[in-house]
Design a protein around this ligand. Structure first.
Ligand SMILES: [Zn+2]
Length: 275
């Protein structure tokens, strides 16, 4: 062996050293690639997220399992949601229109409004609609400290349950604004955070015709539509909207029902747009 090494002249040594350096460089860069492991890490994170999503949804699936079993997954479903109520003047008109077309919807109530209009909160629950928590006093939760975020949710849940008899199983943060603390608070209450996929813009246009145009132009199967049962124009828009959506083949379900249907098509926990 030593003889062999002695026979190698200096250009040969240069070649051996060059090969050695190249070898270490290649193996070193491979170790580097493995230690970054970007795709693997991402996969693990996605997997964890999916488990959380399914866990939240399983809670919802149990709640309305009979209704969900009867739904045909190949049909078009839509969930109408009404925020900021209940109000003494507009909510009764909304309930009347929904009853006329045999539609079930979801009302994200403010705890303060439910306390102020308990008979309306009860009427919504009695009509078989779903009730969600839209916090107690409609503040931008991201700007509050953690204690106040908890208070906004829990006081509202208490007020809503006292007025309607229904404990809300889902929450919608005002303005769709949330951060990790808001998520954690909702999770601690066993609530899913629900946003929307179609904004009717009723709060902005305050015009029945424009509300319907906005919704009908952007609606897709599985949509969660944001409306407000505090504006007269929203109530005015409803009969025509419901009849147009029925003509288009949509069936109306609550938010928990539409989320449960979404489990199998891989939709995430949140529905959100322009946020
Ligand atoms: Zn709101």
């Amino acid at each position: 062996m030593i003889r062999v090494l002695r026979r190698i002249r200096w250009p040969g040594w240069v070649l051996i050293i060059f090969i050695a350096i190249t070898f270490f460089y290649i193996s070193g860069s491979m170790i580097g690639a493995n230690s970054q492991a970007v795709p693997t890490t991402k996969k693990v994170a996605d997997h964890k997220l999916k488990e959380t999503v399914l866990h939240s949804k399983q809670f919802l699936v149990q709640k309305d399992s009979e209704v969900i079993k009867s739904l045909d997954r190949n049909k078009k479903y839509i969930a109408l949601t009404f925020d900021d109520g209940p109000s003494s003047d507009v909510t009764p008109q909304v309930l009347e229109a929904l009853e006329e077309y045999d539609v079930k919807a979801t009302f994200f109530m403010l705890g303060s409004q439910a306390k102020a209009n308990p008979s309306m909160a009860r009427a919504v629950a009695k009509a078989g609609h779903e009730i969600g928590n839209h916090t107690n006093s409609h503040q931008n939760l991201v700007k509050l400290d953690t204690y106040d975020i908890k208070e906004e949710f829990s006081e509202s849940a208490r007020n809503i349950e006292e007025a309607s008899g229904q404990y809300p199983t889902m929450s919608r943060p005002p303005y769709g604004k949330f951060d990790k603390r808001v998520e954690e608070t909702a999770t601690a209450l066993r609530n899913s955070l629900i946003l929307w996929s179609v904004d009717s813009m009723d709060w902005k246009t305050r015009n029945a015709k424009m509300i319907n145009e906005e919704i009908l132009n952007s609606v897709t199967p599985g949509a969660i539509v944001l409306m407000h049962d505090i504006h007269q124009e929203t109530a005015d828009a409803l009969p025509e909207l419901l009849s147009a959506l029925i003509n288009e083949g949509y069936q109306f379900v609550t938010v928990s029902e539409i989320l449960s249907l979404s489990v199998n098509v891989g939709t995430g926990l949140y529905y959100k747009v322009n946020y």
